[in-house]
Write a protein that binds this ligand. Structure first.
Ligand SMILES: Cc1cc2nc3c(=O)[nH]c(=O)nc-3n(C[C@H](O)[C@H](O)[C@H](O)COP(=O)(O)OP(=O)(O)OC[C@H]3O[C@@H](n4cnc5c(N)ncnc54)[C@H](O)[C@@H]3O)c2cc1C
Length: 224
């Protein structure tokens, strides 16, 4: 009897396994095509995996959020993530194409989530407003110095414009330059920046920048 039910059970589970299917599709993101693999069971989307993309690293969380929302709403009628609009569109397009022949019937309109989280008072030492490079650095430094910190960011992702800054970071007389035997000075950096700013720069701020940015480089390196 026990053996018989075991056989029955494995038969049932293999039937369930057999109903799971995978479909792939691609859509246009910001930097190129985004390819997804969509798992479907009983005409419902059960998993979405981004298998290939050219998007910037900071869109990773946006991708996960879009995937989670498609899964929970079983709909493509979901809001794009501000700051990662093209990536969001690309994923929705890819999922739509992947499931085109899957038999999945999507909800035309996604049920909007209602927020019934209870608001509670929080206590902290420091509130940092804005999670770009400046805010994140301030929050990390404050935390490292023993303060309790709350960081507020208005966008769905942290990073701000700092996410897009990929050219380089200026500093003079850095530890890296020293290692490479490159001679440089805060004075050269100051004069160069003043020239670039057509002498309109605020001298005391520029002095601070040019004399202390080398420490920012060391700090960033220490954070990996
Ligand atoms: C395309 C591009 C390329 C760049 N390349 C370089 C480069 O190569 N080298 C370089 O040194 N600089 C570069 N820059 C400039 C550099 O990115 C910025 O100077 C720097 O990122 C500014 O950092 P920040 O933290 O002050 O501002 P941001 O990174 O913009 O952060 C501000 C944050 O505050 C949030 N915020 C605003 N108001 C509120 C509010 N009321 N409540 C909550 N949150 C709020 C914003 O959403 C944002 O996340 C580049 C900029 C761009 C756009």
């Amino acid at each position: 009897m026990f053996k018989k039910s075991l056989i029955m059970l494995s038969l049932v589970s293999s039937l369930v396994m057999a109903s799971k299917e995978e479909f792939v599709g691609s859509g246009k993101g910001y930097n190129g095509d985004i390819k997804v693999r969509v798992s479907v069971e009983n005409k419902k989307i059960t998993d979405i995996e981004v298998v290939k993309h050219e998007e910037s690293g900071f869109t990773r969380r946006a991708m996960k959020k879009i995937n989670d929302e498609i899964l929970s709403s079983q709909s493509l009628d979901i809001d794009n993530i501000a700051g990662a609009t093209y990536t969001s569109e690309g994923i929705k397009e890819a999922v739509g194409k992947a499931i085109a022949s899957s038999g999945v019937i999507l909800n035309k309109v996604a049920k909007k989530a209602t927020i019934n989280e209870e608001l509670k008072d929080l206590e902290t030492d420091i509130v940092v407003v804005g999670g770009g490079g400046a805010g994140l650095s301030a929050a990390i430094a404050a935390k490292e110095n023993g303060a309790r910190v709350i960081l507020l960011e208005k966008m769905p992702m942290v990073g701000g414009n700092t996410n897009y800054a990929t050219g380089g970071i200026n500093a003079a007389d850095t530890s890296i330059q020293k290692k490479l035997g490159i001679e440089d000075s805060a004075e050269l950096y100051y004069n160069d920046t003043m020239k670039g700013g057509k002498n309109l720069n605020n001298p005391s701020l520029l002095k601070k920048l040019t004399e202390e940015s080398k420490y920012a480089i060391d700090w960033l390196i220490s954070k990996g």
